[in-house]
Ligand binder design. Structure first.
Ligand SMILES: Nc1ncnc2c1ncn2[C@@H]1O[C@H](COP(=O)(O)OP(=O)(O)OP(=O)(O)O)[C@@H](O)[C@H]1O
Length: 294
């Protein structure tokens, strides 16, 4: 088991993901340093989104381990998603009970509760809800959901509602959307929607946030604003940011570490300058989009 005080907030070992005959991930090993901005890059089809989907529980990995080191304790992501029973569970009652529990009550929500949040390559907001409602829904875990308290509008219920609203407006301020608080999320510009997705993820109070191509479709000014927000998360909230991004200018500019995937394997890792000049990385990008690494 990993050490909860470790500087690694996430450790992935021998991660495999197979779709029938397609090996999207062969044997991925990577660590993410706490409080870092770490970029996961690689040519199209390298397996980046598949890694994210395994980390967040959208896919159940075919093999390997994913350990989160959050909230002062280690969390085995694959276990809390619910695993099939194994033969030896039947001679180990504690193991059997744990497996049964997570089969019944496990799932992606547990990964989020353990302190990991994400955004999506294709924005997935509640488009018919207002901007602020999107942020209130994200906090349902932290508000008082007792029917009794709601009907009687108890002081505790009002306090929790008010705290959730304050929290929502705090994040709207960070992502510069206070003026749009009452607009429908679906009416926002593309760049605003991307920022709202980050605010919504932050409202779940994560320790690590996974951003899937946050700069896709943004103009240079919006990308610059996004970079400032990402740095703010790390510098003012101690958040660890793991991002997939094709905008190499942005990646080289904001990342502390870069991990490079190709054909389902990690082919390089290190500081931006080292990765930029790594021959394996250059070779992987040649033939994909030669301009990408410049
Ligand atoms: N649900 C799925 N079913 C079958 N194959 C899949 C599935 N998801 C991903 N793949 C395959 O896994 C491989 C890796 O895909 P993935 O989307 O993870 O790559 P990526 O590095 O994120 O690419 P991009 O930069 O284009 O988003 C691809 O060959 C893809 O076709």
């Amino acid at each position: 088991m990993s050490d909860p005080k470790s500087d690694k907030i996430l450790s992935v070992e021998h991660l495999m993901m197979h779709f029938g005959g397609i090996k999207a991930l062969n044997d991925v090993n990577l660590d993410v340093e706490r409080h870092s901005i770490t970029a996961l890059i690689g040519p199209n089809g390298a397996g980046k989104t598949t890694v994210f989907n395994c980390l967040t529980g959208f896919y159940k990995a075919s093999g390997g381990s994913i350990l989160l080191n959050t909230q002062g304790k280690p969390t085995d992501v694959i276990k809390i998603l619910g695993q099939p029973f194994r033969g030896r569970d039947f001679i180990n009652p504690a193991q059997f009970a744990s497996r049964l529990y997570y089969k019944m009550f496990g799932g992606t929500h547990r990964v989020n509760r353990a302190g990991l949040a994400r955004t999506f390559q294709n924005i997935r907001l509640f488009r018919e809800m207002s901007v602020v409602e999107n942020l209130l829904v994200a906090q349902h875990m932290f508000v008082n959901r007792s029917l009794f308290a709601g009907v009687l509008n108890t002081p505790g219920y009002r306090r929790a509602e008010s705290a959730a609203l304050d929290h929502a407006f705090y994040w709207l301020e960070v992502v510069d959307l206070v003026d749009a608080a009452n607009r429908l999320a679906g009416e926002l510009s593309y760049g605003q929607q991307r920022r709202l997705e980050i605010a919504r993820a932050m409202c779940t109070r994560p320790e690590i946030i996974c951003l899937d191509e946050p700069a896709a479709g943004l103009n240079p000014a919006e990308t610059e604003a996004l970079s400032r927000i990402i740095r703010y998360l790390r510098d003012h909230h101690g958040i660890t940011v793991l991002l997939i991004e094709h905008d190499m200018g942005m990646v080289m500019n904001i990342s502390d570490h870069i991990i490079v995937l190709d054909h389902g394997d990690v082919i390089a890792r290190g500081a931006p300058e080292a990765v930029r000049h790594d021959e394996k990385v250059i070779a992987a990008y040649l033939g994909a989009d030669e301009e990408e690494l410049v």
